[in-house]
Design a protein around this ligand. Sequence first.
Ligand code: CP
Ligand code: NVA
Length: 323
Amino acid sequence: MLRHFLIDTDLTPEEQTRVLDLALALKADRFSRRPLAGPQTVGVVFDKTSTRTRVSFATGVSDLGGSPLIINPGESQLGHKESVADSARVFSRMLAAVVWRTYAQSGLEEMAEHSTVPVVNALSDDYHPCQILADLLTLREHLGDLPGRTLAYVGDAANNMANSYLLGCATAGMHVRVAGPQQHLPRQVVVDAARERAEQTGGSVLVTTDPAEALRGADAVVTDTWVSMGQEDEKAERTRIFQPYAVTREAMALAGEEAVFLHCLPAYRGFEVEAEVIDGPASLVWDEAENRLHAQKALLTFLLDSSGLSADLPAALRREEIR
Ligand code: CP
Ligand code: NVA
């Protein structure tokens, strides 16, 4: 069956664990899988700028035996001169998978609807599920088993990272707490979906305007920029309103001595996080950035395997109508 990864819940709890297990295996033995042997091409399309996503997918696709085709903002017809559906049909004739960073989640859904190869969300306005896989991998390496662990996200609780932490951490069986100002809390539909997942996995979900309530006793403290891509015009107002949610040394002290710190990056020191925290001993942000590579290689391998499209699986496990 053709598999996509558009939102964190596209992986079941069991599948998420399998992907993280595979990521650890690929990290230990970097070239042990070649599902893209050929080399087959993976399109990595950007409507917004990127450093980590671009570098990690380019490197990861090469590691898996394939060849990345990076399409930077403004370089293709997609979305302005040509419909998403028509672009998906063309991509499917030549590419082994499509990785897309864009604005509207609905664009990704439309791409997947018309694609015959896996489509991966490399960040939308609503979700950043690849980042959460990397974060979970980092926490597994540093904290051990994820179920029962508590992650506290403070800051813009309505952005793509907050949404994906809610869904991805609930899938992992974690207790996920998000705190932000009243007018920047996650939409109810996202909270409900996270709660539904948490009921299956033994995790839990807390949404609050009180940063201390989220932080107290947390195993991991995370934040993100207060001004996401596309929100630059709101910078002054956002900088003011999110101030009480900054991750300072005092905020980390509320979580406890053992708490670790994550940030998807890019980070703005002196705004959402104090330099002493992100550059201090609790910070895992460089491991987290590296883990984008390993997590996404595992994800692509899982999607290609499950879709019957991996070149390094026996013929019986491959889909017949492969290009
Ligand atoms: N964390 C992340 O997605 O970084 P980039 O925007 O640099 O890809
Ligand atoms: N919330 C941020 C994440 C960047 C990786 C943004 O969308 O700009």
